[in-house]
Design a protein around this ligand. Structure first.
Ligand code: S3P
Length: 168
């Protein structure tokens, strides 16, 4: 069974694409955030509020190390690329897809969101700044970059399937 990692900014569609892909392949899907929430028995906002971002990042790093052992589709939190160690791990996997999209796409999806502490009380301009700072990290971590700006979920999944078929 294959192993595929999906990375990208908040609101890029990683979770939906990951679940659809796993359905198509009939394989398991793991999400770093969901696994952390289950292990900690706390929501992401609770972890950030009670223990801070650095603590969350260390949980995230440990969870990625664990999930690297799994086969299937692995979706990640948007900040996974902030640590050099994670970037190397993702790149080394050989099958990390960066779902890249124009800010208008993720801003639209994030506009009423209150579950992501990183963008709490941030303006669209602030969010774009965060994205721009992270962009080189997504690019460094990825083996394949897909511009999903004008793709539907199904088209994105199909693109990943086509690339995977061609390269293995
Ligand atoms: C974060 C993204 C979130 C989650 C946490 C931090 C980030 O995941 O891991 O709120 O720093 O970009 P999604 O990308 O699934 O929203």
């Amino acid at each position: 069974m294959l192993q595929v990692f999906l990375i990208g900014f908040m609101g890029a569609g990683k979770t939906t694409v990951g679940e659809t892909l796993a359905d198509a392949w009939n394989c398991p899907v793991y999400d770093t955030d969901a696994c952390i929430v289950e292990a900690e028995q706390k929501t992401i906002p609770e972890i950030f509020a009670e223990n801070g971002e650095a603590y969350f990042r260390s949980l995230e790093k440990n969870m990625l190390k664990k999930l690297v052992q799994q086969r299937g589709v692995i979706t990640t939190g948007g900040g996974i690329i902030l640590l050099e160690e994670n970037r190397q791990l993702l790149k080394k996997s050989g099958r990390t897809f960066f779902l890249k999209c124009e800010p208008k796409v993720f801003l639209d999806r994030l506009k009423d969101d209150c579950t992501r502490p990183i963008i709490k009380e941030k303006t669209p301009e602030d969010i774009i700044d965060i994205y721009k700072k992270r962009l080189p990290f997504y690019e460094q971590s990825a083996n394949i970059i897909i511009d999903t700006t004008s793709l539907t979920i199904q088209e994105t999944v199909q693109t990943i399937e086509d690339i995977t078929k061609r390269t293995c």
